[in-house]
Write a protein that binds this ligand. Sequence first.
Ligand code: NA7
Length: 539
Amino acid sequence: MTASPPNSALDFDAIIIGAGLSGMYQLYRLRELGLRTRVFEAGTDVGGTWYWNRYPGARFDSESYSYGFSFSKELLEEWEWSEHFAGQPETLRYCNFVADKLDLRRDIQFRSRVTSAIYNEDTRSWRITLEDGSAFTCRFLVTAIGPLSTPTLPRIEGRDSFKGQAFHTARWPKEPVDFAGKRVAVIGTGATGIQTIQTIAAEVGHLTVFQRTANWAAPLHNGKIDAETQAKIKASYPEIFARCQETFACFIHTPDPRGAFEVSDAEREAHYEKLYGERGFGIWQGNFRDILIDKAANATISDFIARKIRERVKDQKTAEKLIPKNHGFGTRRLPLETFYYEVYNRPNVELVDISETPIERITPKGIKTSEKEYEFDIIIYATGFDAITGSFDRIDFRGAGGLKLKDAWKSGPETYLGLMVHGFPNMIMVMGPHTALGNIPRSIEYSVDWVTGLMRFARDKGLTRLEATPEGVKDWTDHVKEIGVGLLSYEVDSWMTGINRNVEGKTTRIVARYAGSAPDYRARCDEVAAKGYSELTLA
Ligand code: NA7
């Protein structure tokens, strides 16, 4: 066995990549364990998703009070959410509030993009190199780089020739963008595009939306939280978080135990009407239990939402373009909207269906489709992310024997509990591929606590090398693939199935996400911890 050097010979006991919610909480916990920990963050401050996604209208689709950290009574007592679904500026303020309260910044190095992470078997340590060439060693490496953090621009000819302003929503400037009287294009109609479009439509001179695939969306029904409700929320935090622990994806919404055809047509319609009028993801996560697995059940809710779109959009040709034809309701991540469909009733808004008239190129003046050239002052790319594995692909991770993570994952990610990878000792992923996403801070808190438990175990036992076994990786990867079988979402192209045509090689569906229930996921991880991590190779 190789004798490993003491931790004191290394720069840090642990390095965390990323200062979003995962990295912030992981830092807090590792510091508590007494580990010398450093976080490297590409941005100039904390917040991750909420730091980068400053686009107009960015906000939660999870209820604010189900989203914040639950681990600290003090944080819960002191912070007040002003809306049921808080906007990005407020959420970023929340991240700053947490960083201040927990005094996190002294261990975070900002403006520090990690370019490579290389494992050294002799010293059982990782060497992390930053963009500026500086390098640091550590025993344990925790990736907290987020599932949706690498934005992608469309590969359209002439993109750089545009003479006006152009922004990707996830790289929005910190200064306000002046839309008054401007001719604005939005490319992309996912959750981000929808929030952007509905927010800027009234402010711009003219808005042209370029839609490639119509998406199902349902009303958010946001509202301010009054003092009485605030008091109730604060008093019921234990119940709110307990409920999140019980539900499938950690939202406060629980599926209806009935199937869509176990009720009469009238009851079904009334149920959909009720859900359509309620806040948040209830219509998606709290609907009949079979709408996401049974095509006929799904058709009933898809038909209901299609009728709503036809009612809300005056021009029926536009309404038909906005109704998805190639996938059922909720089989992609459901965008929640606030008068999104009504935007298309405005005289200054036009919808261009680029499945009919494809974009041929970006020109110095605007966008040329197969039909005509449109002129713009501003182009907004709401074109999404190289999801889940994309941020891993951007860092040159090399494990034992120089194995590249990109090669290990060339046919899709292979992980042990979504937390570790065989061949990459001492590297642990928080919110990596094959973990339960859902209401993400709930999953983050669980994963960070699990990682912390493992770190405590290693510290107490004097372990310097922790590695997933090939069998452990195979079992978990097979399991993740199996539980996805039968889900309608697995038959649809989306970031959840690893598709991004803007990225070379991401045109084949993969299983990158754990689609089982969060309680099942936690039970499996708890079992591993309870058995003293004996499924890992420990040294
Ligand atoms: P999404 O959901 O991946 O949406 C991206 C949108 O951009 C979608 O409508 C795409 O159309 C469109 N797109 C992407 N590339 C192109 C090109 N080249 N041409 C035209 N249209 C394009 O990303 P979001 O940022 O909206 O949301 C990501 C997640 O963040 C969301 O689910 C939340 O969890 C938060 P397509 O459907 O691929 O035809």
